[in-house]
Write a protein that binds this ligand. Structure first.
Ligand SMILES: *[C@@H]1O[C@H](CO)[C@@H](O)[C@H](O)[C@H]1NC(C)=O
Ligand SMILES: *[C@@H]1O[C@H](CO)[C@@H](O)[C@H](O)[C@H]1NC(C)=O
Ligand SMILES: *[C@@H]1O[C@H](CO)[C@@H](O)[C@H](O)[C@H]1NC(C)=O
Ligand SMILES: *[C@@H]1O[C@H](CO)[C@@H](O)[C@H](O)[C@H]1NC(C)=O
Ligand SMILES: *[C@@H]1O[C@H](CO)[C@@H](O)[C@H](O)[C@H]1NC(C)=O
Length: 218
């Protein structure tokens, strides 16, 4: 509630009358650019993931369209060493209506939802052969059947993380120990230097006393 109010305050402070016109022009332009690309498919900000063999992974994909969709065709395919293997395909009749999806691989399951523009799939029991590029493809007849796609890369790993952690722990302890040792050495050095300086001052004082004592009779 409070942050909203302060946000509006900053806005009104920044946008004086002339700026408001500019801002609306910019917004219109942005909308125009955004709408020109109509349909968009995305596999998320991080287009890859590491999965352990035997696990189940979500291959994410969402679409968006500002002109709306009608009979949106989509599929997922896997780049199997150059040949594209189709994993599943479906058609979303209109927004909000769930598609009938055909799955061509028994370990694939469509888990998307038209309500959330989600056309993600699950891949069960991952094997090392599943590593590679998965393409989420979509085509909206509303925009001259232009093709859109996004690629998600899957890496399959064995349980190596535990070993890595042990190595990391060892490295961290060694580095920590060395840094601790350096600190101890430096503190010791400072203390010793301080003591030496103190005793040197004392010695100097004694010497001045003795020199003045020997000098005075002369
Ligand atoms: C992963 O692969 C390794 C080596 O092939 C195998 O020993 C292990 O059982 C596999 N793990 C699972 C969960 O399938
Ligand atoms: C993939 O292709 C390369 C070269 O084209 C070949 O050497 C390799 O054996 C192929 N791998 C599989 C899994 O088919
Ligand atoms: C995944 O593996 C488990 C255990 O091996 C098996 O019960 C299950 O049916 C498999 N799931 C699929 C979709 O293959
Ligand atoms: C898509 O749906 C799946 C399954 O319900 C869910 O796990 C995933 O988070 C959804 N993705 C997005 C971007 O909403
Ligand atoms: C879209 O892809 C299909 C193959 O899936 C191809 O036949 C068609 O020519 C492509 N359309 C455009 C406009 O690139």
């Amino acid at each position: 509630m409070e942050s909203k109010g302060s946000g509006r305050f900053t806005m009104s402070r920044c946008l004086r009358s002339g700026d408001t016109v500019h801002a609306s022009v910019v917004v219109t332009l942005l909308l125009g650019v955004w709408c020109a690309s109509a349909l968009e498919v995305s596999v998320g900000k991080v287009p890859f993931m590491e999965a352990m063999n035997g696990s189940t992974v979500l291959l994410p994909c969402i679409y968006s369209s500002c002109i709306g969709i009608k009979n949106l065709y989509f599929n997922w395919h896997y780049n199997d060493n150059g040949t594209m293997a189709k994993l599943c395909e479906g058609v979303i009749p209109i927004e909000g209506v769930e598609p009938r999806v055909q799955e061509y691989q028994e370990r694939i399951e469509f888990v998307g939802s038209s309500k959330h523009n989600n056309i993600s799939i699950l891949l069960f029991n991952v094997t090392f052969e599943d590593e590679g590029e998965y393409t989420c493809f979509a085509r909206n007849p509303k925009e001259k059947n232009r093709n859109h796609s996004a690629v998600f890369t899957l890496f399959v790993v064995d349980e190596l993380k535990v070993v890595d952690n042990t190595v990391t722990t060892i490295i961290v302890s060694v580095v920590g120990g060395v840094i601790g040792l350096i600190i101890v050495v430096m503190v010791t050095k400072t203390v010793v230097l301080l003591i030496l300086k103190k005793s040197a001052e004392k010695n100097a004082g004694i010497r001045t006393d003795s020199s003045s004592a020997t000098a005075s009779p002369l």
